[in-house]
Design a protein around this ligand. Structure first.
Ligand code: BJW
Ligand code: ZN
Length: 245
């Protein structure tokens, strides 16, 4: 009997324009908590208070403290075997790009070259008034969010909060990739947050085969997923990559 891992490898072997979409579960085995679920970030930091741009404008100090903690918690976290497997699939031409919702830069650290950061990243701060940028270095920041040296505007990490738009370049590049993609690998995302959660549905409409790697079924599994890799992606994805040789 053919296993899911073998079916995923077979699909990727024939892929001409593969793409991956990743979410927080991708980095769970690197020690970074996911957002939802029993031990998720939202349990300690409810999204109504910490995750929207309105919440930040209402109480900048409170949300700033959350980001500082989040940023500090990423220090010392390294890519896991799942990140490496995707980097390997890119090197061997089986996927062209990774569209990630993650803000932790671990795909780049694993050697992936074309990484589209759909929800931004924690590497930089951006001014809400003039969009000026500077590096976000949590070791040199204080209790209050910084203000822009050019216009005094309030700055925030360059992550996309609820109520903020997706960075246009990321949005357009992703749409273009999804339109022509023939195999989409969806890893560790709960399918709850739009427009990112719309990408697998769009890919399926355009004829792509969908491989989903997750610990548990999601909204995608019964609707668009063709091959479900159940289990920790740090284990399942390397098995798929190993069959590509
Ligand atoms: C494993 C594993 C292992 C664990 N192996 N698997 C359409 C319908 C409904 C609502 C909307 C809609 N369009 C827009 C909205 C509103 C909103 C939204 O989606 N709301 C819903 C939640 C109701 N969307 C937005 O506001 C977005 N913006 C937007 O649409 O703008 C429009 C606009 C245009 C013009 C002007 C203004 C506005 C923005 C969304 C921003 C999301 N931001 C966050 C936080 C960033 C960081 C921060 O603020 O500090 O991004 S929310 C959070 O969720 C984070 C994630 O990227 C995102 C997705 O989460 P993800 O990655 O799926 O993680 P989890 O935790 O949910 O799931 C983990 C999964 O991994 C689980 O399935 C596990 O089983 C699995 N797993 N371990 C494999 N080892
Ligand atoms: Zn400014």
């Amino acid at each position: 009997m053919t296993t899911s891992v073998e079916r995923a490898a077979e699909a990727l072997r024939h892929a001409k324009r593969g793409v991956a979409v990743t979410g927080a579960g991708m980095s769970a085995e690197s020690g970074i908590p996911t957002f939802r679920g029993a031990d998720g970030i939202w349990k300690k930091y409810p999204p109504e208070i910490f995750a929207s741009i309105d919440a930040y404008l209402r109480d900048p100090d409170r949300v700033w403290a959350f980001w500082c903690e989040l940023s500090a918690s990423l220090h010392g976290c390294n890519p896991n075997a799942g990140h490496s497997a995707l980097a390997q699939l890119e090197s061997s031409g089986k996927i062209q790009a990774i569209i990630t919702q993650n803000i932790d830069s671990l795909h780049q650290a694993a050697g992936s070259r074309r990484v589209i950061e759909y929800h931004g990243s924690l590497r930089e701060l951006v001014c809400l008034e003039c969009r000026a940028r500077k590096t976000f270095d949590v070791t040199t920041t204080g209790k209050h969010p910084p203000h822009c040296v050019l216009c005094q505007g309030l700055m925030k990490p360059d992550v996309v909060m609820f109520g903020e738009g997706i960075p246009p370049d990321a949005m357009y590049e992703s749409e273009a990739l999804i339109q022509v993609c023939d195999v989409l690998v969806v890893v560790g995302t709960s399918a709850q947050v739009y427009p990112a959660a719309g990408l697998p549905f769009a890919a399926k409409r355009n004829g792509a085969l969908i491989i989903e790697a997750n610990l548990e079924p999601t909204e995608f599994t019964e609707t668009v997923t063709d091959v479900f890799l159940e289990g920790p992606c740090g284990q399942t994805l390397p098995r798929v990559a190993a069959l590509m040789h």
